[in-house]
Write a protein that binds this ligand. Sequence first.
Ligand SMILES: [Zn+2]
Length: 83
Amino acid sequence: MKTIPISAFARGKVQSLLDAFIDNELLVETSLDIIRHTSRCHNCETLIRDATSLRLRVQLAVQKIEAPAHLCRNLSQLISRLR
Ligand SMILES: [Zn+2]
């Protein structure tokens, strides 16, 4: 991972680091640079808030989907064979 100076941050840079930031995969220094930037940049703050909200909604939607019974049965059989 590399640290990017805050002066280098632009909307495009925040966009390129968005997923890693939300997933907490960046260096602390880089995350702090993004937080400082978004405290002064409404566009990037909105970008991160919207992406975080979308991610949470997708996670909740996916949790409501049940796998078909035959898929569960086939996976259980496959796991049993691997043990
Ligand atoms: Zn920005």
